[in-house]
Design a protein around this ligand. Structure first.
Ligand code: X2X
Length: 338
């Protein structure tokens, strides 16, 4: 059945009493798809709020043929495990930080280069532009279909239990949790810190039990994951920008009829743009909220942190690792880094 006749058939079947008279016919003719979407964030984070709206809009516009069920808070496993499930097709959709995705697609970490982006304007120009397109092209080579728009995680800040981070010196020997990603580990090693790779699903407990002294995440996550309950200081280091690629298992994506694919792409990408606005707005109000929740905030000068990375050879090392082409696209957008 072509897409057009399928749609016509569905409309007719739904609008007529034929549905009652011939139960099951519509199902036999037009397949329904029940896909899972996994992510590591709480239901209160804008990513889940906007994804839920998109799933509802998609179900409505496909007359229920495309159903997306959301599994928030790493319910199906931590990020490393969920990435394996996405590759196997056990999970159809997954939002993942490019830096963690880099354990499979190395160049996907490139937006996380320390202090690369000065502001959101530059982030969106770059990630919706040539560098983003290059990264999506690379992701596609691994049996994963990335949606066009990357969703916002945010500029990352540093939280700690015993003392605030005011300069690179405070990071020396600091036991900090980092997501599972070589770029993250390398950056904190360059600072002389003691990074430990831990999936987000275990971050709250690791901070609570003192396995690590601190962690780094955008304000929206510090708030929605209630990390303020187990951390005292929040240093506005803005040391990297991180986003979530909205990924689909390629085979499961290809199994969708073209008209359903375009409905899904349309609503997911539009939801991503709304989520970007939500996170930007939240960032404006969360500093005060976190203070009322007991955190002490400070805003250190970024210069000395950046100098430290430069003198430790961090930029030269990652320029070599990523290669001339993507590094050139990054520098074209943000200016010279090394
Ligand atoms: O694991 C994290 O810290 C998080 C939630 O920010 C990411 O997904 C990278």
């Amino acid at each position: 059945m072509t897409n057009q006749t399928r749609r016509a058939f569905v409309t007719t079947a739904l609008s007529g009493a034929a549905v009652l008279a011939m139960p099951g016919i519509r199902r036999a003719e037009a397949a329904t798809f029940n896909y899972k979407f996994a992510n590591n964030l709480s239901l209160t984070h804008p990513l889940n709020i906007r994804a839920k709206e998109a799933a509802e809009a998609i179900a409505k516009e496909t007359n229920g043929d495309m159903k997306i069920q959301i599994f928030p808070s790493s319910q199906l496993g931590g990020d490393t495990e969920t990435l394996s499930q996405l590759r196997a097709g056990a999970v159809e959709f997954f939002t993942l930080s490019g830096l963690i995705l880099s354990t499979l697609v190395p160049v996907a970490a490139i937006n996380g280069v320390g202090f690369a982006f000065p502001d959101y304007g530059t982030v969106w120009k770059t990630m919706d532009g040539d560098l983003g397109a290059y990264v999506r092209g690379e992701i596609s080579k691994y049996g994963i279909h990335p949606m066009e728009k990357i969703w916002d995680n945010g500029f990352r800040e540093t939280t700690s239990r015993a003392k605030p981070i005011t300069s690179p010196k405070d990071l020396e020997g600091f036991k900090i949790r980092v997501p599972v990603s070589p770029l993250w580990t390398s950056m904190y090693e360059a600072f002389g810190a003691a990074p430990t790779s831990i999936n987000f699903s275990e971050v709250y407990t690791s901070l609570q039990t003192g396995v690590v002294e601190g962690q780094e995440n955008p304000l929206a996550i510090i708030q929605t994951a209630k990390l303020y309950e187990v951390q005292k200081y929040c240093s506005m280091t803005n040391h990297m920008w991180d986003g979530f690629w909205f990924l689909a298992n390629q085979k499961k994506w290809d199994a969708l009829p073209k008209d359903i694919q375009s409905v899904v792409s349309k609503h997911i990408n539009a939801a991503g743009l709304k989520e970007r606005d939500d996170v930007a707005k939240l960032n404006g109000s969360l500093a005060d909220k976190l203070k009322t929740e007991g955190m002490t905030l400070n805003s250190p000068d970024a210069g000395p942190f950046r100098d430290k990375l430069r003198s430790a050879g961090f930029y030269d090392e990652w320029k070599k690792k990523f290669g001339e082409k993507p590094w050139g696209l990054l520098e074209q957008a943000v200016g010279k880094l090394s």
